[in-house]
Write a protein that binds this ligand. Structure first.
Ligand code: F6R
Length: 610
């Protein structure tokens, strides 16, 4: 959600903090701020808006400091303005805190602190933290102990970084439910909510777990629990490169990530398909493969786009592996008191691996004794680490807020799991080999679809002023309709709905007139004739139709206003192809409307609050 970066060392921290905040801006971008200690004084600078406006403000100040923390915010409590921006501070303005997460009992703490004479100046939940720490400092405790005492009083989630003028040799970092890493350099150390913020300076990181904290000095760090028990932490080497998190010449990260899909899809299946045996080999599942294959039921739980890939996974697993499968929003799963049996397997899908609801659902499933498997993109993320076993999608860093390549890679991993289970049950060698061969052809087919970019841009221009959109598909392509609609609404702010095509007659058809564009996902599969009937029904009501159709379908052009022709594959893999024109359509409409596609309003890349 929000982003945290901190530096302690011999260099000037200001450019390092700004650079880190720019890398983190995709996580939240309504305001930003830094606090630093220089020449025996503590200062802060905050700004509403993007990191670039904070940078403009800092440029004229010529600050040199060796210790600082920075934050980019995605507002939860209190409007996005300069006052509510982090860092927050105590009344003496010598203690600064940046906070990701939500303090759920902040009202109670705030009231009790006000009764003790503390003044609050922001509308945020986070402001209670510096005042609480201050209370314990005033009782004579060290900064470290005061942070621990303060954190014992708060309920909710946090990733925090703290600096204090009277102990200017350290940054304190602590985590519960919001990711935090310590970056290890030479005579310099870092704190960040996401390794991308510090990758330019170090590849050695230590991941903090929930309930842990680090006291970070310039030449070493100590790790302990919030309960003050010293712990040993392992240093991990990051393999991600800076190139991977740059735009690489594209106008937007989203376009770059759409265009990367031939490679990201390839990377997701690399070394995992066994062509001779017509199956898949997933190292991450080896220890639990028997239990997974023997599961009586699979539940897949996720949020947003990842939930859409779960829906495709449900079709795959039921149709090909013949395992009863259910899909649950992670947010609903955990509060529904779900019936979970020991012979259930639950798959959690998350690009970021940090989505609060998905992480909480994973913990709930583990507690109830189910086999909990994670499918994550971000290596070392909380869900990846806490799953009993897991599979990385290997799509590479996804920075654009609208998820694109992560979705296609999640579908690849779900297809691999399906293939592995199905072959260990009753799928024939021939059928297994056919799936493997079709999967191998996907990157080239995606390349072919990406060549339609100009054609799709033209269609986008025709529809950029539409106020509403409907997306319709059947079977495997129904979740693709949902995903196409989500992509459009989140970056173009056009209202869009996805429906199973047959449901249209049960209500949404009332919306159809010549102002309503309808996108049909209509490849030539066993539902084709039925989809064509639905197209006719829209035509009869003068709706404007865009069809994603098979490349050999000449018939459809007579029925629709625009067709985007894509190569065919077997049904279970079709969503990996049919979603790509929808990603491009949403992208171009948003660009033509002059919107910031990489950082759409109100959204954040990684939703670490419930
Ligand atoms: C949509 C989008 C979100 C995420 C959702 C889950 O483009 O990106 O809907 O899919 O917030 O995020 P992860 O997959 O990180 O758990």
């Amino acid at each position: 959600m929000c982003g945290i970066v901190g530096y302690i060392g011999n260099k000037n921290c200001i450019p390092i903090l700004l650079n880190g905040l720019k890398r983190l801006e995709y996580r939240g971008y309504d305001s930003a701020g830094i606090a630093y200690i220089a020449n025996g004084e503590a200062h802060f600078v905050k700004n509403k808006g993007k990191v670039s406006s904070l940078e403009d403000k800092l440029r004229n100040l010529n600050i040199v400091s060796n210790l600082g923390i920075g934050h980019t915010r995605w507002a939860t409590h209190g409007v996005p303005n300069e006052i509510n921006a982090h860092p927050h501070f105590n009344m003496a303005k010598n203690l600064f805190v940046i906070h990701n997460g939500i303090i759920e009992n902040y009202q109670t703490i705030r009231t009790s602190l006000i009764n003790l004479g503390y003044n609050f100046i922001t509308e945020t939940d986070s402001e209670v933290i510096p005042h609480l720490i201050d209370r314990f400092l005033n009782e004579g405790h060290s900064l470290c102990r005061s942070v621990q005492f303060a954190l014992n009083e708060v309920q909710g989630t946090y990733g925090i970084a703290v600096i204090y003028l009277n102990e200017p040799d350290k940054i304190i970092a602590a985590r519960k439910g919001s990711p935090l890493v310590v970056g290890i350099g030479e005579n310099e150390n870092f704190v960040a909510s996401d390794v991308s913020a510090i990758l330019a300076y170090t590849k050695q990181v230590v991941y903090l777990e929930d309930g842990e904290m680090a006291v970070v000095y310039k030449d070493h760090f100590t790790a302990k629990t919030i309960a003050d028990v010293e712990i040993e932490k392992e240093v991990t080497e990051i393999t991600m490169t800076l190139d991977e998190i740059d735009k690489g010449g594209y106008a937007h990260f989203m376009l770059k990530e759409i265009m990367e899909q031939p490679d990201s899809v390839q990377n997701s299946m690399r070394g995992r398909l066994l062509f001779d045996e017509g199956t898949a080999k997933l190292g991450g599942l080896e220890t639990v493969a028997d239990r997974l294959v023997d599961s009586k039921r699979i539940i897949i739980s996720a949020c947003g786009t990842s939930w859409h890939s779960a829906l495709v996974g449900e079709y795959m697993l039921e149709q090909k592996a013949r395992v009863p499968t259910e899909v649950e929003y992670a947010s609903e799963f955990r509060y529904r008191n779900p019936i979970i049996n020991k012979d259930d397997a639950i798959i959690f899908i998350s690009q970021s691996g940090e989505t609060a609801d998905t992480l909480a659902a994973l913990r709930e499933a583990k507690q109830r004794g189910a086999l909990a498997i994670g499918i994550c993109n971000v290596v070392g993320s909380s869900i990846a680490r806490e799953s009993m076993s897991g599979i990385y999608t290997h799509a590479g860093p996804e920075i654009g807020v609208a998820s694109t390549k992560a979705f296609s890679s999640q579908l690849i991993v779900l297809a691999l799991i399906t293939l592995m289970i199905a072959r260990r049950k009753d799928m024939s060698l021939v059928d297994g080999k056919n799936i493997a061969v079709e999967m191998e052809k996907l990157p080239d087919k995606i390349r072919q679809i990406l060549k339609l970019n100009d054609e799709i841009e033209f269609i986008a221009n025709e529809f950029k002023s539409s106020r509403n959109f409907l997306y319709l598909g059947r079977g495997y392509n129904f979740p693709v309709a949902l995903e196409g609609a989500l992509k459009l609404k989140e970056i173009s702010y056009i209202h869009a709905e996805g429906y199973p095509a047959a449901e249209m007659k049960h209500g949404p058809i009332a919306l159809i007139d010549d102002n309503m564009p309808v996108v049909f996902i209509a490849p030539k599969d066993s539902t084709y004739d039925k989809i064509v009937s639905n197209i006719e029904e829209i035509r009869a009501r003068r709706g404007r139709i865009i069809a994603i159709a098979s490349e050999n379908d000449d018939n459809i052009d007579k029925l629709v206003d625009y067709s985007i022709k894509i190569p065919d594959t077997i049904r279970m893999l079709m969503p990996i192809l049919s979603v790509i024109p929808l990603q491009l359509l949403a992208y171009h409409i948003a660009v033509k409307k002059g919107l910031n596609v990489d950082q759409p309003r109100n959204l954040a890349k990684s939703v670490t609050v419930e």
